[in-house]
Design a protein around this ligand. Structure first.
Ligand code: BGC
Length: 760
């Protein structure tokens, strides 16, 4: 271990050396400034497996073999914090073995549309679930002395024009939807690093975004390293000024010289540069504490990858055909049964240590069964009726069919979005033809994000969402189909019926949009189930859905207090019983619904969950704590999280659409809010304040009364009543000036008096 005294080294460094430390020396290392006490450190992707370049100086080359774990869609569907922690530790072991100091993951961006190219790399449409998963994984990685990098900060929810696209997001949506997963991970896992996103947020590139970086550093207390995404810096001087520390990848020598010039000319205070350099030195110091080298256990990591895949796969539908019985002949159809589709394209692509082939694993599980195989489709998009006919023939002659359906390779990748959520025409035709002759058809899906199923799902016996399942997923599929693993995954994202039902449909960036440099997050807070709930839009499968081979009942719900102060929170407790015949795991979800709020809120939001394992007949009591933030929302006028007095429903469910129990509690708010009423506040807003209402109500009632008296006929009376609405929504000073001459003081003075009153 090299001892690094950050402050004393900082004093010895020249401006040139400091500037060099702020750029990478190549794609995967920090700059080696030639001082033995400041070694370069090594970075590598990524979120679900190590991608350590064989040639550390090459941007693109094959990486060293590493375990390819399931991608984030599958990981989040486990809802299992401990499993993610265990996986984090395994990733770190591989990093240590391959001389890597800092892992570039996990990614916690929100899935605002199923089209997002990197959705497979992101956890969820829900910030709380994504945050919890990231905490588990980052804690596991760092437990072993390797750094985790939370990425991509922030609002990187689409790939279209990703280097320049401006995500235009209102403040409340940013705070409530796009930032909390980062905030949770920063506060609870204390990651070594954060990677800024390619895109702009509200007009400013993330690497240079003072507002975002000061939320990260000043509000959340992040004192680690902020690095840019690869080639995402437009102006390094600005970026360092905003709070970025390291420009990747390197070496961007022009930027380095610009940094030196900026300090020499006084355009950038050297103290600001020192701030970044000391954060880089501290990271190097942390990294140097972990000796690198050695090897990792390929077999046990492969098994772990399989176990995680088995926990994350989601049984979407089952008419009882699963688990499979002892069939004599089973048709296995689909290319992905022999060439599994288990990861996506882009920087996260892992060179696996080995790959479990689904068809081989099925044969291993049921040696007495005759498995007959047909490709069913090619991966080049060609429509081949002959292949459909062949597959249909073997399906007809079997007792059951397992149909492996996968999106064509590289449909889902970093760098571009999906064009639609459809399966290839050949695969849809194949499913329809096979299900027409074989009632016991089980569909196994490999994809990183939802696909449309409306055309065919009604005719299938069962559907298993096997995701991008990682290198050992083939074994997990066989385990689930044969009941050696009881499925327990639940969806971390809603499966819509069709693309046009999805929240961001009209605000999705594409060439067809009017302004292709900006994506407006027009759906606001309402992404995922928040949108489907609020608009009553039917979905294919709701957020949180997933079947098991057993059943569970929920009883005896209670909270520690039915009236409580927001700062104290409350704990929800419920008894869960396995009412079926086999052991299984249930994911108990707790959503909170605010009965009345000043600003619109989603009908319900996930605020807690627990995964519990139960033997047949067994009951366990589970408890889920709810804290201040479980009840709060972000109020843009106060620029802070607030709570409001009132009743909240605590909804305990097996999915967002399957609420089994509910309790109503009363929250006492401790938010001491300075009143934000001003000249532009409406009459309605003024009347909501009890201090203002005492003074204003008689005046406003007087105006309304006079208007109604003046109105002669019934028609004009209605008109007068409509005018009442107009008055209520007009700024108070307009009403004073326009309608009221009899107030006790001049309108302007009256306004000042009232503003003083409500802020007393
Ligand atoms: C990706 C990052 C990745 C980096 C290094 C970028 O293109 O956006 O997620 O960590 O490359 O491979």
């Amino acid at each position: 271990m090299i001892m690094i005294d950050v402050q004393s080294i900082l004093k010895q460094l020249t401006i040139e050396e400091k500037a060099a430390l702020c750029i990478g020396s190549g794609p995967w290392t920090t700059f080696n400034i030639g001082r033995p006490e400041v070694p370069a450190i090594t970075l590598a992707d990524g979120p679900h497996g190590l991608r350590r370049s064989r040639d550390i100086d090459a941007s693109f080359c094959q990486s060293l073999p590493a375990t390819c774990f399931p991608t984030a869609s599958c990981l989040a569907s486990t809802w299992d914090r401990n499993l993610l922690y265990t996986m984090g530790k395994a990733l770190a072991e591989e990093a240590i073995a391959q001389d890597v100091d800092l892992l570039l993951g996990p990614g916690v961006n929100m899935k605002r549309s199923p089209l997002g190219g990197r959705n497979f790399e992101y956890f969820s449409e829900d910030p709380y679930l994504a945050g919890e998963m990231a905490i588990g994984m980052a804690n596991g990685i760092q437990e072993k002395g390797v750094g985790a990098t939370i990425k991509h900060f922030a609002a990187n929810s689409q790939e279209f024009k990703r280097y320049l696209l401006n995500s235009e997001i209102d403040e409340r949506t940013l705070r409530e939807i796009y930032l909390p997963a980062f905030e949770m991970a920063i506060k609870k896992a204390k990651p070594w690093a954060v990677m800024s996103a390619y895109n702009k947020v509200n007009g400013v590139a993330c690497a240079e975004n003072t507002e975002l970086l000061s939320i990260l550093r000043d509000e959340w207390g992040f004192d680690g390293l902020v690095m840019s995404d690869w080639a995402a810096v437009h102006n390094l001087v600005k970026a360092i000024g905003a709070g970025l520390d390291l420009e990747m990848h390197g070496p961007q020598l022009v930027d380095m010289h610009a940094l030196v010039d900026a300090v020499r000319s006084g355009a950038l205070d050297e103290k600001v540069l020192d701030r970044s350099v000391s954060r880089i030195l501290s990271t190097i110091h942390k990294a140097s504490k972990t000796p690198k080298g050695g090897s990792f256990d390929i077999e046990s990591h492969h098994d772990l990858a399989g176990r995680i895949a088995g926990e994350g796969m989601v049984l979407l539908k089952n008419n009882g055909v699963l688990p499979l019985k002892d069939h004599g002949r089973i048709a296995v159809i689909g290319l992905s049964a022999i060439h599994p589709y288990f990861q996506g394209g882009g920087a996260s692509r892992v060179n696996p240590t080995k790959v479990a082939i689904p068809l081989d694993e099925l044969r291993r599980q049921a040696p007495g069964t005759r498995f007959m195989y047909a490709d069913g489709y090619t991966n080049d998009g060609e429509f081949r009726q002959d292949m459909i006919d062949e597959a249909t023939g073997i399906a007809q002659s079997a007792e059951a069919a397992i149909l492996f359906i996968a999106l064509p390779p590289l449909t889902e990748s970093e760098g571009y979005d999906r064009a639609d959520i459809d399966l290839p025409r050949q695969q849809v035709a194949l499913i329809r033809s096979v299900t027409a002759v074989q009632p016991n058809t089980v569909i196994v899906l490999n994809n990183g994000a939802p696909v449309a199923m409306g055309e065919w799902i009604g005719d299938t016996a069962a559907v298993l969402e096997a995701w991008m399942m990682g290198q050992a997923g083939g074994k997990a599929i066989a385990d689930i189909l044969y009941g050696h693993v009881n499925p327990s995954g639940k969806l971390a994202e809603t499966f819509p019926l069709k693309l046009s039902d999805t929240p961001a449909y009209l605000n999705w960036p594409s060439k067809a949009n009017i302004d292709t440099s900006t994506v407006r997050y027009g759906e606001g807070l309402f992404i995922g189930y928040r949108y489907y709930d609020a608009t009553d839009t039917p979905v294919l499968f709701p957020f949180g859905h997933g079947l098991s081979y057993t059943t569970f009942s929920y009883s005896n719900p209670r909270t520690t207090a039915s009236r409580f102060k927001d700062a104290d929170g409350t704990t929800v407790t419920v008894d869960v019983t396995n009412t079926g015949k086999v052991a299984g795991k249930e994911i108990v979800q707790v959503y909170v619904h605010d009965q009345k709020s000043s600003l619109i809120r989603p009908p319900k939001e996930l605020k807690g969950f627990v995964k519990v394992e139960l033997h047949p007949g067994e009951t366990k009591t589970v408890s889920i704590p709810l804290d201040y933030r479980s009840f709060a929302y972000y109020h843009p006028s106060y620029k802070r999280w607030v709570t409001e007095d009132g009743d909240f429903d605590i909804l305990i469910g097996a999915s967002s659409a399957d609420i089994r129990q509910h309790i109503t509690v009363h929250l006492q708010s401790g938010s001491k809010l300075r009143n934000h009423l001003n000249h532009n506040s409406t009459v309605r807003e003024w009347l909501e304040d009890s201090r203002a209402r005492v003074i204003l109500e008689p005046i406003i009632l007087g105006i309304i009364g006079r208007m109604c008296t003046m109105a002669g006929s019934a028609d004009s009376k209605n008109g007068a009543m409509n005018m009442t609405g107009d008055i209520m929504d007009a700024p108070l000073f307009v009403v004073f000036n326009y309608f009221e001459r009899s107030i006790p003081m001049l309108p302007e003075k009256m306004m000042h008096y009232l503003i003083g009153k409500v802020n007393e």
